[in-house]
Design a protein around this ligand. Structure first.
Ligand SMILES: C[S@@+](CC[C@H](N)C(=O)[O-])C[C@H]1O[C@@H](n2cnc3c(N)ncnc32)[C@H](O)[C@@H]1O
Length: 371
């Protein structure tokens, strides 16, 4: 098949894909004249394939709603063996390329060219993937309208500067929620996206159950199951009361953030069963292992940067600090949200005590009492 752009064959996961041969830079990527393919998003597709392999409901049909080259849907079909597969993209060049990529991988599927919001309600799918340029909000109303009980929805958002607090006004306008620019910004942004999904599900009398949610590179990603019920306790506002510490507040309180999702980011029982596959990259396997370790920890985390600034002491080694908290009886683990973050159930005074105890002698201020 001929295309009006140069092409190159790439391997990703179990798939061989023909993609536009264009210069790529790191980061989210933006809409261009040719179908979009971003190799950095392989981690997103790796994690989708892993979680969908243990999805808690039957997966007879999948819709790759904003499919571009078809990379997501083709990988899911090859790596999971799903029966009915559909692709949609409004770009005609994209749908031609998807057909070629299906042929190359020995697959058949419905391929549709049009606006996702018009197409999405045409039939029911067990799982719909929404992976746009930037915010997913223009598509989520239609996706949750179309979702029935037991439907799964995967959502990627690359507008992380908005969700994570760099542009708070834009976040209020787009997601109806106040973010917080902070070390915890990515977790807050992820919870704002989940809170937004929850509110849309609630409009149809349903609730969401997050199965796997994470932040990576330049995006946040959620995989949720739509279920009947209200889930009303899972959403609220918070106020920051210390490094990595937030308490439930009213939306009218000074400094309140949210509304955001306060429940678990994933389903621990499902996560425990997840394993890298033969097609999982080393980076994705590492992310999976962090997600498994932190899935049963309380929300939010403290960073040694924040503690060092507050205590005016150099931080201890992160592993030693985590072991120290574990040795005095608390749960503590690294978090994928921040390279110097620790998720723990230890109370603030014991976190600070352990930090002081393990700080190297090169502290920047010896005049403070050790308490
Ligand atoms: C970020 S790319 C998708 C990447 C793809 N999911 C992957 O894994 O490689 C977004 C795609 O959405 C398509 N698109 C944008 N707005 C759309 C709309 N309203 N309806 C259907 N497709 C749309 C674009 O043509 C583009 O191919």
């Amino acid at each position: 098949m001929e295309f009006p752009f140069p092409t190159v064959a790439v391997s990703e996961g179990a798939a061989t894909l023909l993609v536009p041969d264009v210069p790529r830079r790191k980061g989210p990527g933006t809409a261009g004249p040719w179908p979009f393919y971003n190799p950095t998003m392989a981690v997103n597709r790796d994690l989708s394939a892993i979680v969908l392999s243990k999805w808690p409901r039957p997966l007879g049909s999948l819709l790759d709603g904003l499919a571009a080259t078809g990379a997501w849907g083709i990988r899911m079909a090859l790596e999971l063996g799903v029966g009915h597969l559909a692709f949609n993209d409004r770009s005609r060049e994209a749908t031609r390329l998807i057909r070629e990529n299906l042929r190359r991988n020995g697959l058949t599927a419905d391929v549709h060219s049009g606006d996702l919001s018009d197409y999405i309600g045409k039939r029911r799918y067990d799982f719909i993937d929404i992976d746009p340029f930037g915010p997913p909000t223009p598509f989520l109303g239609a996706a949750f309208d179309a979702a029935k009980e037991s439907s799964g929805i995967g959502v990627t958002a690359t507008d992380t500067a908005v969700l994570c607090g760099t542009y708070p006004k834009a976040c209020e306008n787009r997601y109806g929620a106040r973010p917080l620019r902070s070390a915890q910004g990515a977790e807050i942004g992820l919870r704002i996206l989940l809170g937004y999904c929850h509110r849309l599900a609630a409009e149809g009398g349903d609730q969401i159950r997050p199965i796997l949610s994470f932040s990576a590179e330049h995006f946040v990603r959620v995989h949720v199951l739509v279920e009947s019920g209200s889930g009303s306790g899972s959403i609220g506002h918070l106020v920051r009361v210390g490094p990595g510490r937030f308490i439930v507040a009213s939306g009218a309180d000074r400094g309140a953030i949210g509304p955001l999702w306060l429940g678990p980011l994933g389903d621990a029982a499902v996560l425990r069963r997840l394993q890298p596959s033969a097609w999982t990259s080393v980076a994705s396997a590492r992310l999976l292992s962090l997600l498994k370790a932190e899935c049963e920890m309380p929300p939010f985390f403290v960073t040694t940067d924040e503690l060092a600034a507050g205590e005016r002491h150099s931080p201890p080694r992160l592993d030693r600090f985590i072991e120290g908290l574990q040795e005095i009886g608390y749960r503590a683990t690294r978090t994928h949200f921040h390279p110097r973050g620790v998720k723990t159930d230890a109370p603030s005074q014991d976190i600070v005590r352990m930090f002081r105890e393990l700080s190297p002698t090169g502290s920047t201020d010896d005049s403070r009492p050790a308490s």
